[in-house]
Design a protein around this ligand. Sequence first.
Ligand code: FES
Ligand SMILES: [Fe+2]
Length: 416
Amino acid sequence: MTVLPIGSLAGAQASYEWPEDGFTKIPNWVYSDPDIYRKELEVFYYGDTWHYVGLTCEVPEIGSFRRSTIGERPVILVRHADDEFSVLENRCAHKGAQLCWENTGKVEDFTCPYHQWNYSLKGDLQGVPFLRGALGKGGMPRDFKKSEHGLKSLRIHNEGGAIWATFSDDAPSFEDYCGPDILAEVRHMLPGKPIELLGYTRQLIPSNWKTYLENLKDPYHATLLHSFYITFGLWRADNKSKCVPQERGHSVMVSHNEGKKTSDATSEMKRFRDDLEVLDKETITPRQEFNKKRVGGGWIFPSAYMGIQANTLKMRHLIPRGPNMHELVFTHYGFTDDDAELRRLRLKHANLLGPAGFVSMDDSEMLSQLQHGVGAYPHETSIVEMGGKEIEETDYMVSEVLIRSFYKFYREAMGL
Ligand code: FES
Ligand SMILES: [Fe+2]
Protein backbone atom coordinates (compact mmCIF):
# COMPACT_ATOMS: atom_id res chain seq x y z
CA MET A 1 0.00 0.00 0.00
CA THR A 2 1.52 3.32 -1.08
CA VAL A 3 1.17 6.62 0.73
CA LEU A 4 1.39 9.76 -1.39
CA PRO A 5 3.15 12.85 -0.01
CA ILE A 6 0.86 15.01 2.07
CA GLY A 7 -0.79 17.69 -0.03
CA SER A 8 -0.13 21.38 0.45
CA LEU A 9 -3.71 22.57 0.11
CA ALA A 10 -5.97 23.05 3.08
CA GLY A 11 -8.68 20.43 2.88
CA ALA A 12 -6.40 17.82 1.34
CA GLN A 13 -6.28 14.42 2.98
CA ALA A 14 -3.71 13.95 5.73
CA SER A 15 -2.68 10.67 4.13
CA TYR A 16 -3.70 8.63 1.12
CA GLU A 17 -3.79 5.08 2.40
CA TRP A 18 -6.11 2.85 0.43
CA PRO A 19 -8.54 1.15 2.85
CA GLU A 20 -7.24 -2.31 2.07
CA ASP A 21 -5.44 -4.17 -0.69
CA GLY A 22 -7.58 -4.87 -3.70
CA PHE A 23 -10.16 -2.84 -5.49
CA THR A 24 -13.49 -3.53 -3.81
CA LYS A 25 -13.23 -0.65 -1.30
CA ILE A 26 -12.94 2.91 -2.56
CA PRO A 27 -11.83 5.71 -0.22
CA ASN A 28 -14.23 8.63 -0.52
CA TRP A 29 -11.39 11.16 -0.73
CA VAL A 30 -10.78 10.16 -4.37
CA TYR A 31 -13.97 12.07 -5.18
CA SER A 32 -13.12 15.40 -3.56
CA ASP A 33 -9.46 15.78 -2.66
CA PRO A 34 -7.82 18.68 -4.58
CA ASP A 35 -4.34 17.13 -4.70
CA ILE A 36 -5.68 13.83 -5.97
CA TYR A 37 -7.65 15.71 -8.59
CA ARG A 38 -4.55 17.62 -9.73
CA LYS A 39 -2.58 14.41 -10.00
CA GLU A 40 -5.40 12.79 -12.00
CA LEU A 41 -5.23 15.63 -14.52
CA GLU A 42 -1.49 15.09 -14.98
CA VAL A 43 -1.67 11.31 -15.19
CA PHE A 44 -4.92 10.73 -17.06
CA TYR A 45 -5.42 13.86 -19.14
CA TYR A 46 -1.97 15.30 -19.85
CA GLY A 47 -0.08 11.98 -19.82
CA ASP A 48 0.21 9.16 -22.36
CA THR A 49 -3.52 9.10 -23.12
CA TRP A 50 -5.75 9.89 -26.09
CA HIS A 51 -8.75 12.22 -25.88
CA TYR A 52 -11.83 12.89 -27.88
CA VAL A 53 -11.82 16.42 -29.36
CA GLY A 54 -14.57 16.67 -31.99
CA LEU A 55 -16.12 15.32 -35.18
CA THR A 56 -14.86 16.23 -38.63
CA CYS A 57 -18.45 17.03 -39.68
CA GLU A 58 -18.41 19.87 -37.14
CA VAL A 59 -15.65 21.57 -39.12
CA PRO A 60 -16.89 21.04 -42.68
CA GLU A 61 -14.84 23.63 -44.58
CA ILE A 62 -11.28 24.87 -44.59
CA GLY A 63 -11.09 27.38 -41.74
CA SER A 64 -14.02 25.84 -39.80
CA PHE A 65 -13.13 25.41 -36.15
CA ARG A 66 -14.65 24.04 -32.98
CA ARG A 67 -13.49 24.78 -29.46
CA SER A 68 -12.97 21.77 -27.23
CA THR A 69 -11.34 20.79 -23.96
CA ILE A 70 -8.85 18.15 -22.86
CA GLY A 71 -8.92 17.82 -19.10
CA GLU A 72 -9.15 21.50 -18.15
CA ARG A 73 -7.05 22.70 -21.08
CA PRO A 74 -8.87 24.58 -23.87
CA VAL A 75 -7.99 23.48 -27.41
CA ILE A 76 -9.19 24.28 -30.94
CA LEU A 77 -10.04 21.71 -33.61
CA VAL A 78 -9.61 23.31 -37.03
CA ARG A 79 -9.70 22.03 -40.61
CA HIS A 80 -6.65 23.55 -42.30
CA ALA A 81 -6.84 21.75 -45.66
CA ASP A 82 -9.32 19.57 -47.54
CA ASP A 83 -8.88 16.53 -45.37
CA GLU A 84 -6.37 17.79 -42.83
CA PHE A 85 -7.02 18.87 -39.30
CA SER A 86 -5.11 20.42 -36.41
CA VAL A 87 -5.76 20.43 -32.71
CA LEU A 88 -4.10 23.56 -31.30
CA GLU A 89 -3.70 24.72 -27.75
CA ASN A 90 -6.13 27.61 -27.28
CA ARG A 91 -3.43 29.68 -25.62
CA CYS A 92 -1.64 32.61 -27.21
CA ALA A 93 2.13 32.18 -27.40
CA HIS A 94 2.55 35.81 -26.26
CA LYS A 95 0.95 36.14 -22.83
CA GLY A 96 -1.18 33.05 -22.76
CA ALA A 97 -4.62 34.50 -23.42
CA GLN A 98 -7.27 32.18 -24.77
CA LEU A 99 -7.50 33.43 -28.33
CA CYS A 100 -10.57 31.63 -29.64
CA TRP A 101 -13.76 32.51 -27.75
CA GLU A 102 -16.47 31.21 -30.06
CA ASN A 103 -17.62 27.59 -29.79
CA THR A 104 -17.68 27.17 -33.57
CA GLY A 105 -17.08 29.33 -36.59
CA LYS A 106 -15.02 29.83 -39.72
CA VAL A 107 -11.91 31.98 -40.05
CA GLU A 108 -9.01 32.57 -42.39
CA ASP A 109 -6.58 32.72 -39.50
CA PHE A 110 -6.63 33.27 -35.74
CA THR A 111 -5.93 36.65 -34.16
CA CYS A 112 -5.51 37.01 -30.41
CA PRO A 113 -7.74 39.82 -29.14
CA TYR A 114 -5.16 41.06 -26.62
CA HIS A 115 -2.23 42.32 -28.76
CA GLN A 116 -3.39 40.91 -32.10
CA TRP A 117 -0.71 38.32 -32.68
CA ASN A 118 -1.90 36.42 -35.72
CA TYR A 119 -1.62 32.68 -36.41
CA SER A 120 -2.26 30.49 -39.45
CA LEU A 121 -4.79 27.65 -39.34
CA LYS A 122 -1.88 25.33 -38.53
CA GLY A 123 -0.86 27.53 -35.62
CA ASP A 124 2.19 29.22 -37.19
CA LEU A 125 2.79 32.75 -35.92
CA GLN A 126 2.33 35.03 -38.96
CA GLY A 127 2.09 38.54 -37.61
CA VAL A 128 3.15 40.57 -34.57
CA PRO A 129 1.94 44.20 -34.50
CA PHE A 130 4.78 46.70 -34.01
CA LEU A 131 7.35 43.98 -34.60
CA ARG A 132 9.83 46.76 -35.42
CA GLY A 133 8.28 49.29 -33.02
CA ALA A 134 6.79 52.69 -33.86
CA LEU A 135 8.52 55.85 -34.96
CA GLY A 136 11.76 53.92 -35.00
CA LYS A 137 11.51 52.97 -31.33
CA GLY A 138 10.59 49.78 -29.51
CA GLY A 139 9.66 46.54 -31.18
CA MET A 140 10.81 43.01 -30.57
CA PRO A 141 14.50 42.14 -30.26
CA ARG A 142 16.21 41.27 -33.55
CA ASP A 143 16.71 37.68 -32.47
CA PHE A 144 12.96 37.09 -31.99
CA LYS A 145 11.92 34.38 -34.42
CA LYS A 146 8.27 34.01 -35.30
CA SER A 147 8.92 30.41 -36.26
CA GLU A 148 9.63 29.63 -32.59
CA HIS A 149 6.40 31.07 -31.21
CA GLY A 150 3.48 29.30 -32.83
CA LEU A 151 0.49 27.71 -31.13
CA LYS A 152 1.33 24.26 -29.85
CA SER A 153 -0.12 21.61 -32.12
CA LEU A 154 -1.08 18.22 -30.65
CA ARG A 155 -0.64 14.71 -32.06
CA ILE A 156 -3.96 13.71 -33.59
CA HIS A 157 -5.75 10.67 -34.98
CA ASN A 158 -8.84 10.59 -37.19
CA GLU A 159 -10.93 7.49 -36.55
CA GLY A 160 -13.95 7.29 -38.81
CA GLY A 161 -14.61 11.03 -38.57
CA ALA A 162 -13.82 11.54 -34.89
CA ILE A 163 -10.64 13.45 -34.03
CA TRP A 164 -8.63 12.28 -31.03
CA ALA A 165 -5.57 14.04 -29.64
CA THR A 166 -2.81 13.60 -27.10
CA PHE A 167 -0.33 16.00 -25.49
CA SER A 168 2.19 13.16 -25.32
CA ASP A 169 4.89 12.20 -27.81
CA ASP A 170 5.26 8.90 -25.97
CA ALA A 171 1.63 7.72 -26.02
CA PRO A 172 1.17 4.58 -28.13
CA SER A 173 -0.78 4.81 -31.39
CA PHE A 174 -4.52 5.42 -30.96
CA GLU A 175 -5.20 1.83 -32.06
CA ASP A 176 -2.80 0.38 -29.50
CA TYR A 177 -4.09 2.73 -26.82
CA CYS A 178 -7.64 1.43 -27.39
CA GLY A 179 -6.87 -2.26 -27.82
CA PRO A 180 -8.96 -4.51 -30.09
CA ASP A 181 -12.26 -4.56 -28.15
CA ILE A 182 -12.51 -0.80 -27.73
CA LEU A 183 -11.39 -0.16 -31.28
CA ALA A 184 -14.17 -2.51 -32.42
CA GLU A 185 -16.71 -0.48 -30.40
CA VAL A 186 -15.45 2.79 -31.90
CA ARG A 187 -15.61 1.34 -35.41
CA HIS A 188 -19.06 -0.12 -34.74
CA MET A 189 -20.29 3.40 -33.99
CA LEU A 190 -18.23 5.15 -36.69
CA PRO A 191 -17.71 2.64 -39.50
CA GLY A 192 -16.17 5.21 -41.84
CA LYS A 193 -19.40 6.34 -43.50
CA PRO A 194 -19.83 10.13 -43.81
CA ILE A 195 -21.44 11.49 -40.65
CA GLU A 196 -23.64 14.50 -40.05
CA LEU A 197 -24.03 16.70 -37.02
CA LEU A 198 -27.52 16.67 -35.46
CA GLY A 199 -26.97 18.89 -32.41
CA TYR A 200 -25.63 19.25 -28.89
CA THR A 201 -26.65 19.03 -25.30
CA ARG A 202 -24.45 20.36 -22.51
CA GLN A 203 -24.73 20.21 -18.76
CA LEU A 204 -22.74 20.77 -15.61
CA ILE A 205 -23.16 18.13 -12.91
CA PRO A 206 -21.94 19.05 -9.40
CA SER A 207 -19.98 15.86 -8.78
CA ASN A 208 -16.49 14.50 -9.36
CA TRP A 209 -15.77 13.37 -12.95
CA LYS A 210 -15.26 9.76 -11.87
CA THR A 211 -18.83 9.52 -10.59
CA TYR A 212 -20.00 9.81 -14.19
CA LEU A 213 -17.29 7.46 -15.43
CA GLU A 214 -18.43 4.89 -12.89
CA ASN A 215 -22.10 5.48 -13.68
CA LEU A 216 -21.49 4.13 -17.18
CA LYS A 217 -19.55 1.18 -15.79
CA ASP A 218 -22.44 0.33 -13.50
CA PRO A 219 -25.25 -1.65 -15.14
CA TYR A 220 -26.52 -2.58 -11.66
CA HIS A 221 -27.97 0.92 -11.06
CA ALA A 222 -29.48 1.07 -14.53
CA THR A 223 -31.73 -1.88 -13.73
CA LEU A 224 -32.98 -0.25 -10.51
CA LEU A 225 -32.89 3.54 -10.75
CA HIS A 226 -34.37 4.16 -14.17
CA SER A 227 -38.13 3.54 -14.28
CA PHE A 228 -38.12 4.39 -17.94
CA TYR A 229 -35.49 1.82 -18.87
CA ILE A 230 -36.93 -0.96 -16.77
CA THR A 231 -40.57 -0.48 -17.60
CA PHE A 232 -40.11 -0.19 -21.33
CA GLY A 233 -37.38 -2.82 -21.62
CA LEU A 234 -34.68 -0.58 -23.03
CA TRP A 235 -32.21 -1.81 -20.39
CA ARG A 236 -33.06 -4.55 -17.87
CA ALA A 237 -31.25 -7.02 -15.67
CA ASP A 238 -33.00 -9.92 -17.38
CA ASN A 239 -31.92 -8.90 -20.88
CA LYS A 240 -28.99 -10.55 -22.62
CA SER A 241 -25.89 -8.51 -21.76
CA LYS A 242 -22.19 -8.50 -20.99
CA CYS A 243 -19.57 -6.47 -19.12
CA VAL A 244 -16.04 -6.74 -20.51
CA PRO A 245 -13.23 -5.21 -18.41
CA GLN A 246 -10.41 -3.66 -20.44
CA GLU A 247 -6.89 -2.33 -19.95
CA ARG A 248 -6.13 1.36 -19.38
CA GLY A 249 -9.47 2.26 -17.76
CA HIS A 250 -11.57 1.39 -20.81
CA SER A 251 -14.64 -0.85 -20.61
CA VAL A 252 -17.37 -2.40 -22.72
CA MET A 253 -20.91 -2.77 -21.44
CA VAL A 254 -23.65 -3.92 -23.81
CA SER A 255 -27.18 -5.26 -23.60
CA HIS A 256 -30.15 -5.99 -25.86
CA ASN A 257 -33.42 -4.16 -26.13
CA GLU A 258 -36.17 -6.75 -25.71
CA GLY A 259 -39.15 -4.47 -25.13
CA LYS A 260 -41.67 -4.33 -22.28
CA LYS A 261 -42.06 -7.62 -20.40
CA THR A 262 -42.48 -9.17 -16.95
CA SER A 263 -40.25 -11.93 -15.56
CA ASP A 264 -39.00 -13.33 -12.24
CA ALA A 265 -36.58 -10.40 -12.04
CA THR A 266 -39.36 -7.83 -12.24
CA SER A 267 -40.27 -8.21 -8.57
CA GLU A 268 -36.78 -6.92 -7.58
CA MET A 269 -37.29 -3.81 -9.64
CA LYS A 270 -39.24 -1.45 -7.42
CA ARG A 271 -39.37 1.11 -10.17
CA PHE A 272 -40.98 -1.24 -12.68
CA ARG A 273 -44.35 0.32 -13.43
CA ASP A 274 -46.60 -2.09 -15.26
CA ASP A 275 -49.32 0.58 -15.34
CA LEU A 276 -47.06 3.05 -17.09
CA GLU A 277 -47.54 3.48 -20.83
CA VAL A 278 -46.03 5.93 -23.30
CA LEU A 279 -48.67 7.45 -25.52
CA ASP A 280 -46.12 8.23 -28.20
CA LYS A 281 -44.87 4.67 -28.74
CA GLU A 282 -42.22 5.87 -31.15
CA THR A 283 -40.31 7.28 -28.16
CA ILE A 284 -39.43 3.76 -27.06
CA THR A 285 -39.59 1.90 -30.35
CA PRO A 286 -36.33 1.96 -32.25
CA ARG A 287 -36.17 1.15 -35.91
CA GLN A 288 -33.91 -1.81 -36.53
CA GLU A 289 -30.54 -0.77 -37.86
CA PHE A 290 -26.85 -1.71 -37.83
CA ASN A 291 -26.71 -2.55 -34.11
CA LYS A 292 -29.40 -5.29 -34.40
CA LYS A 293 -30.98 -4.48 -30.99
CA ARG A 294 -27.56 -4.42 -29.29
CA VAL A 295 -27.40 -1.31 -27.06
CA GLY A 296 -24.69 0.25 -24.89
CA GLY A 297 -21.07 0.65 -25.94
CA GLY A 298 -17.64 1.48 -24.63
CA TRP A 299 -15.65 3.97 -22.57
CA ILE A 300 -12.60 5.27 -24.34
CA PHE A 301 -10.93 6.30 -21.11
CA PRO A 302 -10.85 8.95 -19.86
CA SER A 303 -12.83 11.37 -21.97
CA ALA A 304 -15.43 9.69 -24.14
CA TYR A 305 -18.22 7.17 -24.12
CA MET A 306 -19.63 5.93 -27.42
CA GLY A 307 -22.74 3.88 -27.64
CA ILE A 308 -26.21 3.49 -29.07
CA GLN A 309 -29.55 3.49 -27.28
CA ALA A 310 -32.69 3.17 -29.41
CA ASN A 311 -31.70 5.14 -32.56
CA THR A 312 -29.74 7.90 -30.87
CA LEU A 313 -26.02 8.07 -31.63
CA LYS A 314 -23.81 10.41 -29.72
CA MET A 315 -20.33 11.15 -28.56
CA ARG A 316 -20.44 11.75 -24.82
CA HIS A 317 -17.54 14.00 -23.86
CA LEU A 318 -16.64 14.06 -20.17
CA ILE A 319 -14.78 17.17 -19.01
CA PRO A 320 -13.52 17.50 -15.42
CA ARG A 321 -14.22 20.94 -13.91
CA GLY A 322 -12.55 20.81 -10.52
CA PRO A 323 -12.78 18.06 -7.89
CA ASN A 324 -16.51 18.59 -7.35
CA MET A 325 -17.83 19.32 -10.84
CA HIS A 326 -17.86 17.88 -14.31
CA GLU A 327 -19.29 18.90 -17.65
CA LEU A 328 -20.93 16.65 -20.20
CA VAL A 329 -21.12 17.61 -23.84
CA PHE A 330 -23.16 15.26 -25.99
CA THR A 331 -22.63 15.62 -29.73
CA HIS A 332 -25.53 13.96 -31.51
CA TYR A 333 -24.79 12.65 -34.96
CA GLY A 334 -26.18 10.51 -37.74
CA PHE A 335 -25.01 9.35 -41.15
CA THR A 336 -25.47 11.37 -44.31
CA ASP A 337 -27.25 8.42 -45.93
CA ASP A 338 -29.91 8.25 -43.16
CA ASP A 339 -33.39 8.76 -44.55
CA ALA A 340 -35.63 11.47 -43.14
CA GLU A 341 -37.49 9.08 -40.83
CA LEU A 342 -34.30 7.72 -39.28
CA ARG A 343 -32.95 11.25 -38.78
CA ARG A 344 -36.20 12.15 -37.00
CA LEU A 345 -35.96 9.03 -34.80
CA ARG A 346 -32.36 9.82 -33.88
CA LEU A 347 -33.47 13.23 -32.66
CA LYS A 348 -36.55 11.91 -30.90
CA HIS A 349 -34.59 9.21 -29.05
CA ALA A 350 -32.04 11.82 -28.00
CA ASN A 351 -34.76 12.73 -25.49
CA LEU A 352 -33.91 9.59 -23.52
CA LEU A 353 -30.48 10.86 -22.55
CA GLY A 354 -28.85 14.22 -21.78
CA PRO A 355 -29.71 16.92 -19.22
CA ALA A 356 -33.49 16.47 -19.35
CA GLY A 357 -33.46 12.92 -20.68
CA PHE A 358 -36.26 10.62 -19.54
CA VAL A 359 -33.49 8.31 -18.32
CA SER A 360 -30.41 10.45 -17.76
CA MET A 361 -31.97 13.08 -15.56
CA ASP A 362 -32.14 10.36 -12.87
CA ASP A 363 -28.36 10.02 -13.10
CA SER A 364 -27.60 13.75 -12.93
CA GLU A 365 -29.63 14.10 -9.75
CA MET A 366 -28.23 10.91 -8.26
CA LEU A 367 -24.62 11.92 -8.89
CA SER A 368 -25.06 15.31 -7.22
CA GLN A 369 -26.60 13.54 -4.21
CA LEU A 370 -23.70 11.08 -4.21
CA GLN A 371 -21.22 13.95 -4.09
CA HIS A 372 -22.91 15.33 -0.96
CA GLY A 373 -22.32 12.01 0.77
CA VAL A 374 -18.77 11.20 -0.36
CA GLY A 375 -17.62 14.83 -0.21
CA ALA A 376 -18.68 15.32 3.39
CA TYR A 377 -17.25 11.98 4.55
CA PRO A 378 -13.86 11.74 2.81
CA HIS A 379 -12.48 9.41 5.49
CA GLU A 380 -15.18 6.78 4.83
CA THR A 381 -15.22 4.16 2.08
CA SER A 382 -17.67 2.79 -0.45
CA ILE A 383 -17.92 -0.85 -1.48
CA VAL A 384 -18.11 -2.39 -4.95
CA GLU A 385 -18.60 -6.13 -4.42
CA MET A 386 -21.75 -6.75 -6.42
CA GLY A 387 -21.05 -9.80 -8.56
CA GLY A 388 -18.04 -10.84 -6.44
CA LYS A 389 -14.57 -9.49 -5.72
CA GLU A 390 -12.86 -10.57 -8.90
CA ILE A 391 -12.30 -9.02 -12.29
CA GLU A 392 -13.59 -11.16 -15.12
CA GLU A 393 -15.97 -10.77 -18.02
CA THR A 394 -19.60 -11.31 -17.03
CA ASP A 395 -22.66 -12.22 -19.06
CA TYR A 396 -25.02 -10.58 -16.59
CA MET A 397 -25.75 -7.08 -15.43
CA VAL A 398 -26.02 -7.25 -11.67
CA SER A 399 -22.32 -6.59 -11.34
CA GLU A 400 -19.82 -3.91 -10.39
CA VAL A 401 -16.95 -5.69 -12.12
CA LEU A 402 -16.17 -2.76 -14.42
CA ILE A 403 -15.76 -0.40 -11.45
CA ARG A 404 -13.45 -2.88 -9.72
CA SER A 405 -11.46 -3.18 -12.92
CA PHE A 406 -11.21 0.61 -13.15
CA TYR A 407 -9.90 0.96 -9.59
CA LYS A 408 -7.30 -1.73 -10.16
CA PHE A 409 -5.98 0.36 -13.05
CA TYR A 410 -6.45 3.62 -11.13
CA ARG A 411 -4.42 2.50 -8.13
CA GLU A 412 -1.54 1.41 -10.33
CA ALA A 413 -1.59 4.56 -12.46
CA MET A 414 -1.87 6.90 -9.47
CA GLY A 415 0.61 4.97 -7.31
CA LEU A 416 -1.94 4.48 -4.55
S1 FES B 1 -1.70 37.65 -25.21
FE1 FES B 1 -2.14 37.20 -27.26
S2 FES B 1 -1.27 38.80 -28.37
FE2 FES B 1 -0.74 39.24 -26.33
FE1 LIG C 1 -27.99 5.67 -15.40
